[in-house]
Design a protein around this ligand. Structure first.
Ligand code: SF4
Length: 213
C-alpha cells in the first residue's frame, strides 16, 4: 500500500487528513466503499495521526509551491476528534497570513457537527480563532432520520440536538460562512434539510451522492 497522505490538493484547495476516527458510520460515507482512497491518494493513516508540526510543514511546502483558495480540515474522519491540532494549525496559518507569509486563502472546517459532544464543551469560540468557514454535514431533517442515515456510535445516539445547537452557535459566532449540507439520493428531503439549516441561521449546500470513484 502507498504511503498515507496527510495533505493533498483537490480542486482549488489544500485538504488536511487529520484522523480516520469518526463517531458516525454514515450510510453514504465513501471511505469504506472507496477503500480509503480519494482522487489517487491513500487516506488510510493506519493509526498514525499527524502532529500539528507535521501538518504545518506539509502545508508550508504546498503553499509556497502554488497558491490555493482554501485550506480545508477534511479527510476520511472527523477533524474535531483532534480539536487541539485543528486549533494549533488554524491559528498558526492565520498568524502566518497576517504576517504576509502566504497569499490569502480561507480556512474551512468540514465536520459532522458533533464537536461539542466529542470534546464535552462548547468548542465554537475556540474554532472562531482558527477557521473562517464551517460546513456541517447535516443530512437529515429529524432525529430519527439522522440516526438511520448517520448511524452514530453508542454515546452519540442523541447527537442530533447537539448538531443543531452547534450550527446555531456557529451561525451566531460571526464566521465568514456557516453551511449545512445534505447528500442527495439518501432518502432525506433536501428542501426540509435546507429549511432546518435556515432555522439555525445557516446556509445550505446540496452534495452529490458519490458512488463510482
Ligand atoms: S461523518 Fe463523515 S467521516 Fe464520519 S462516517 Fe459520516 S461521512 Fe464518513
Amino acid at each position: 500500500m502507498s504511503e498515507p497522505t496527510i495533505v493533498y490538493r483537490f480542486k482549488n484547495g489544500l485538504y488536511i487528513n487529520l484522523t480516520n476516527r469518526c463517531p458516525n458510520l454514515c450510510v453514504f460515507c465513501i471511505k469504506t466503499k472507496w477503500h480509503m482512497q480519494f482522487d489517487g491518494h491513500n487516506l488510510d493513516l493506519q493509526g498514525k495521526e499527524p502532529s500539528a508540526q507535521e501538518v504545518l510543514a506539509l502545508l508550508d511546502k504546498e503553499l509556497h509551491r502554488a497558491p490555493v483558495q482554501e485550506v480545508v480540515f477534511c479527510g476520511y474522519g472527523e477533524p474535531t476528534m483532534r480539536l487541539e491540532v485543528v486549533l494549533a494549525v488554524g491559528r498558526a496559518l492565520k498568524k502566518a497570513q497576517a504576517a504576509g507569509e502566504y497569499p490569502p486563502f480561507r480556512i474551512r472546517l468540514n465536520t459532522n457537527g458533533l464537536g461539542n459532544l466529542i470534546n464535552k464543551r462548547d468548542i465554537v469560540p475556540e474554532l472562531r480563532s482558527a477557521v473562517d468557514v464551517v460546513y456541517v454535514s447535516l443530512n437529515a431533517s429529524d432525529e430519527e432520520q439522522w440516526r438511520k442515515l448517520l448511524r452514530p456510535a453508542p454515546g452519540y445516539e442523541n447527537g442530533f440536538a447537539s448538531v443543531l445547537d452547534f450550527l446555531k452557535k456557529c451561525s451566531a459566532a460571526g464566521f465568514e460562512r456557516v453551511a449545512a449540507s445534505c447528500v442527495d439520493q439518501t432518502g432525506a428531503d433536501p428542501a426540509a434539510v435546507r429549511a432546518l439549516a435556515a432555522s439555525c441561521g445557516a446556509c445550505f449546500n446540496e452534495r452529490e451522492y458519490l458512488d463510482e470513484q
